[in-house]
Design a protein around this ligand. Structure first.
Ligand code: CA
Length: 362
């Protein structure tokens, strides 16, 4: 190309860029959102999921779309995060859908219900098995767009002052546990208690409660429950693989440029994987430390598991009789679960159980 032609071509390019730039600027506006978390900063892994999402969104949009993350209580209390998004106080929240069973028990199925899916199956159901579509329809009634944004993996069954030898020991047991799991335990004669995180330790120490569930080794270790309730039970059958959700106000979400919507969805998907990976990295070290401190690991007796499964199925039938959304979604989840375990028992389970048996040999 001759120099003169090049200058002309470059000039034409510049002119085109100059004409195009106002449209480009409009397509990438500066947007500032506030996100209220349901979690305190001390739960760094679960709280961190929202920060990871916000950081990814900023990087994907060249810093144009900023989401400021607020800990529980800074704007609204942790359990009102959804309401704050629904009524437009904030644009977004990071929360667990089962906190809102008081509005409708259907909320729980999006995160975890007793004897629901494990973390990988939950992702499969939500992302590929129609779960997200069912919840898109349900969340719309609450002005929300909800996307998976974290998972803890199967939780622990919690801390018990005394050993549980059989299902009879569940009768009269005062346990800190919420939502649908609490209703299931009531059927076993237990007395569920709603107690905020910071108040669990003194209640266990005084014996006001006999047991408490929280999350898993990494989060539980920080609260020191082992000193006052040394029996650490597993598995937390009410949280086989709970999904943490990012929720957005539907009007605010729809008003975003398509590229920003995609940035949000992709950032949430990244945080979804990140949180599980981080818990899986942190839990083994914490578990080793806890056992080293004298914590007694115990599996729930088989009759406790079986009575709890039976009670859960009874409760689902009772709720389904009067709640069409719950019925439709729990039936979809259970059908998915049945096919998942048909498959898991073949390769996954055989591989995992072989590897677990052989781990001590290195
Ligand atoms: Ca829990």
């Amino acid at each position: 190309m001759q120099r003169r032609q090049f200058v002309q071509a470059a000039g034409a390019g510049l002119a085109a860029a100059a004409v195009a730039s106002p449209a480009v600027a409009q397509a990438n506006p500066e947007v500032k959102w506030r996100l209220t978390s349901s979690f305190p900063k001390s739960l760094d892994t679960i709280y961190g999921g929202a920060e990871i999402m916000a950081k990814q969104v900023a990087e994907l949009t060249d810093g144009k779309f900023q989401i400021q993350v607020f800990a529980a209580g800074e704007i609204v209390p942790g359990l009102q995060a959804l309401d704050a998004v629904q009524n437009g106080t904030v644009e977004a929240c990071h929360t667990v859908s089962y906190y809102y069973v008081g509005k409708d028990p259907t909320f729980a199925i999006a995160s975890a219900v007793p004897f629901g899916l494990n973390a990988r199956q939950q992702n499969s159901w939500l992302l590929q098995g129609g779960g997200n579509e069912l919840f898109a329809e349900f969340y719309k009634k609450y002005n929300l767009v909800g996307v998976p944004c974290g998972n803890t993996g199967t939780q622990m069954g919690g801390w018990f002052r005394k050993e549980i030898k059989s299902v009879a020991d569940m009768n009269g047991l005062k346990m800190r546990i919420g939502g649908i799991a609490g209703q299931v335990l009531q059927k076993l004669g237990s007395v569920p208690q709603q107690i905020a995180g910071g108040d669990i330790y003194p209640a266990l120490e005084k014996g006001t409660i006999d047991a408490a569930e929280w999350v898993g080794p990494y989060d539980d270790e920080k609260l020191g429950f082992g000193k006052v309730a040394p029996f650490y039970y597993y598995p937390g059958w009410w949280e086989g693989g709970p999904t943490v959700h990012a929720m957005f106000n539907v009007e605010k979400f729809n008003a975003l440029p398509k590229a920003y919507q995609a940035a949000l969805i992709n950032a949430a998907a990244y945080a979804n994987t990140y949180m599980q990976a981080r818990y899986d990295m942190l839990n083994p070290t914490s578990l080793k430390r806890l056992v080293g401190q004298g914590v007694q690991l115990r599996p729930f007796p088989q009759d406790v598991m079986e009575a709890s499964l039976k009670a859960s199925n009874e409760l689902y039938a009772e709720i389904s009789a009067k709640n069409a959304d719950f019925k439709k979604i729990i039936e979809a989840m259970i059908a998915y679960r049945n096919d998942q375990y048909l498959w898991w028992q073949v390769a996954e389970y055989t591989y995992d159980s072989f590897m677990i048996r052989n781990r001590p040999r290195g």
